[in-house]
Write a protein that binds this ligand. Sequence first.
Ligand code: COA
Length: 340
Amino acid sequence: MIGEVLPGSARVAITGVGAKAPDRIVTNHDLAELVETNDEWVVERTGIRERRFAAEGEALSDYAIPAARIALAQAGLEGTDIDLIIVCTLTPDMVFPCTAALVGDAIGAKNAAAYDLSAGCTGFVYGIAQAYGMIASGLASRALVIGGDLLSKILDMHDRGTVVLFGDGCGAVVLEKVAKGGFLGFELGADGAGGKDLFMPGGGSRIPATHASIDRGDHLIHMNGREVFKFATRILVASAEHTLARCGVTIADVDVYIPHQANMRIIEYAVGKLGIPQEKVVINVDRFGNTSGGSIPLALADAQAAGRLHDGDLVLMTGMGTGLTWGSALIEWNGTGEGR
Ligand code: COA
């Protein structure tokens, strides 16, 4: 699915950004006490130096709610102004009810439509595309899209192939109609044949929780790292190129590039192939690892905090992950919400 915003369509922009990650920092040295690994290997193969892990008993909404409140405050809105909440995650508080409804209740968005969206590390891009469509069509007026995961809760702490890669964090954005700028186009896609390369087998209807499923590690992340690596490098480039071409712009027009923060080597490959200057690329994978749904909104919040997002800038975001899914969004930044 790919498309540019059609002439005459409503303009929709991100007018508030918020983020919240756990305080607890876990370094590669800390992980070397759990599995046979070392800081040098992890930094060289992934670029990750540290990540955040939530505390026992904490759940996604403990991070989604504060992130949402920051985004709302930045947009100058109250919870009651929001009529759509999408939480993009693999690690909701529980299977049901959806975490989005819990967030809605906490922020006072009493009658907002609320649901969780499962598209892994691409979730946030899927979420903003859906919210864009709802607002542009008039079905919703102001949306909160939250991307976040507490992957430490489903990590196999004895598997050195995955434990070093993932972390916890959450970001939130407010979307609303504006008079200028806003989203220019999206691409979303999925290839279910690759589902076997990154998955959690247990906890659904195929393998409900039993003592045996727990003993087998069915409720933890399973990954074929090499296959995911090949997919990620190919799709980050292809999805960005398709989206830019469809929107009639080139990579030289892009001011800020926010790739999914999976692995420094994957990002470097995409940056090289796309030919985008390093100073336009937002990177925080070294500090957070891969936070899946949280990856792009956390990086967006970092970019904003660093003063890297100016109204009129073209911002390109591309995610990829379990599914296997991928997605890109191109937006002309209008963070002040001019014309709303
Ligand atoms: N510390 C030390 N050694 C490790 C290790 C670790 N944490 N993890 C794996 N190794 C070992 C392997 O066991 C292997 O040893 P062997 O040669 O004796 O069998 C060796 O390092 C090389 O393993 P390999 O899998 O070929 O490494 P790699 O260069 O492909 O890097 C990943 C592994 C996981 C870092 C890489 O495949 C990757 O980044 N994949 C994408 C993962 C991803 O981003 N997933 C989420 C996408 S949304």
